[in-house]
Design a protein. Structure first.
Lengths: 356, 356
């Protein structure tokens, strides 16, 4: 299987510079003061470069929400019990969660994936309500040893790629990532610390809202996980295996798949951007297919965005995950696509240009 | 007519504190880490307070785009010729402008109003493609005397209120403001300077993109207008008459109407927020019905938002007007409404709460 992974990684090409330039030239002719639609123009340019057209389409939208559990929760790193992961998956299936509501407003479908929830979700998978790519019943406690094997890490990445392949065959033209997993800010901070070289204390935040004391404990648990596992920052699969999570690997795979199939991908908050860091480390050009949805309130997220060189579209003090920020940002992305697809130029609209 | 204006102003009541509190209590029970949906929760609370319900509706959306011309353009304050105002109105009617495209994505209708364009738009009004509340063929040059009479200023305000009254009877439950008028950052800066007491040089920007020299000239023109007219900052109608614009008065009227009829109103960028400053000065409680769409790149906008105590939802480096930022923000507002209307609580979803 892993040969498929490395074939996809090798197949990721940069976004078309020529189509980006064509798009910029065209956008400069729209009947507006030049540049006055700000970030929408930058997104329109990116979409044109990704899809190699002046009429990019982002009509068929999917949020892929990846769920997994984490052995590290036994160290007391989260405010919520692990049972909440499968409970929230059930809530996603019922349509009662934030991601359902926000995706509906965005006109997006939510695809929920069991990447490794520590509960039996096979009934939901059989009913077609979730996809099952379950690797194990949660990762192992990374403070005691590797979170998963290298083979499991590769499988997590390949799962995301495979899911995107299926969605692309269905005609999906805009993807977004999301996550669910009690404790998953902990491996996300660990991945950020390892890949960026920043101290754990700087990149670790309160997640769902833990106390000062619990935060100290969380930082120590991450430091211990890194000390014990010694993940190799030059080998992203090793980092995922030693201090990552199944759903984080799945998200990285979704992003790699999006880049491979030339579909723009809206990256949600802290956990999704940890996946984006792994994707970029595996395939540097994949970053050109990413759109950063928002800046999360989770403290370390700013450093992730900085690492990737991405400017987030929204800053709404969100810190939920599930793909909620990405769903909100999809509307902005669609707006940008419509700007280049439908607006008239000065000439076509019969509007005079600037005189001075 | 003006008795109607002052009746409406007197009829504006604060947003319900009780319903805001009920909304907050309910939102705290949703199956998410408390507060983790950030600004969406604040908007949901506001919508509940405005509409006095836990199921606020923002389904029928209208952007009111007010157009007018400005005598001050003869001082060379804009990069574009005045003819662009009616040309852009034609573009709005054809559906080729940014506001058409963005409103469509938001699911909003655009209502274009001729408040005082210096061109004959009566054919468009007869065909029902725009509303005509034309007060005059543009304002007079405020660097030479008052932009309009006090009666005209009152008519501009009443026009906006009347338009909202009609829309509310049609069932509209979310309003947004927009503007079109070559030269209209100039009166907007003047209004900000007068109402805030800030120096003209601090609150005046490049509008559609003028040179350093043209900016110096624009600042001098505004200073001259204020020196000659001596608008009374304690009398907002006087400020509008002396250094305002017809479409700015119309926008202020839309906001007053929204507050009177208890409809939330999304305020666009620099020109719309100048209208919002006038509305707040006339009816302090009207600010509770406003939602600041975005922070414009036009330099003075930050001071307007500061004056009003409003936090903008978006920061996308927009500086176009037309209602474009407001249209983009409408989707966030609808998302907030759906959060309180449709999400499940911990109890209903069978999800455990935080354990530590």
């Amino acid at each position: 299987m892993s040969s498929d992974l490395y074939r996809v990684i090798a197949g990721i090409k940069p976004v078309s510079v020529e189509w980006r330039r064509k798009a910029k030239d065209y956008l400069d002719q729209l009947a507006i003061p030049r540049g006055s639609l700000g970030d929408l123009l930058a997104i329109a340019e990116q979409l044109s470069g990704v899809q190699e057209t002046l009429k990019p389409s982002v009509k068929r939208k999917v949020v892929v929400t990846m769920a997994g559990d984490h052995g590290i929760v036994s160290e007391g790193v989260s405010a919520f019990p692990q049972e909440v992961t499968p409970q929230m998956v059930s809530n996603f299936v019922r349509g009662g969660a934030a991601i359902n509501v926000l995706a509906e407003v965005a006109g997006a479908r939510v695809v929920v994936v069991d990447m490794g929830v520590a509960a039996d979700l096979s009934a939901l998978a059989r009913e077609g309500k979730i996809l099952s790519y379950k690797i194990d019943q949660g990762t192992r406690n990374m403070a005691m040893g590797p979170a998963m094997t290298r083979e499991q890490a590769e499988r997590a990445l390949e799962s995301g790629i495979e899911i995107v392949g299926g969605l692309v065959r269905e005609g999906v033209d805009l993807l977004a990532t999301g996550d669910m997993g009690i404790g998953n800010t902990t491996p996300s901070s660990a991945i950020l610390a390892v890949l960026s070289g920043r101290p754990v204390g700087q990149v670790t935040g309160r997640g769902t809202g833990i106390s000062d004391q619990a935060l100290e404990n969380k930082i120590r648990a991450i430091e211990k996980a890194i000390d014990i596992n010694l993940p190799d920052p030059k080998d992203p699969v090793d980092v995922l295996a030693r201090v990552g999570g199944f759903e984080i690997g799945g998200i990285a795979g979704v992003i790699l798949g999006a880049a491979y199939y030339r579909v723009p991908v809206v990256v949600d908050g802290f956990i999704s951007t940890a996946g984006a860091l792994l994707a970029r480390a595996l395939a540097p050009d994949s970053v050109q297919y990413m759109i950063a949805a928002h800046r999360s309130l989770e403290y370390g997220h700013q450093f992730m965005l900085e690492e990737l060189g991405l400017k987030p579209l929204l800053n709404l003090n969100l810190r939920l995950g599930e793909g909620t920020g990405a769903a909100l940002a999809m509307n902005i992305v669609e707006s940008a696509a419509q700007v280049i697809c439908k607006m008239l130029t000065f000439q076509d609209a019969g509007v005079d240009g600037p005189g001075i």
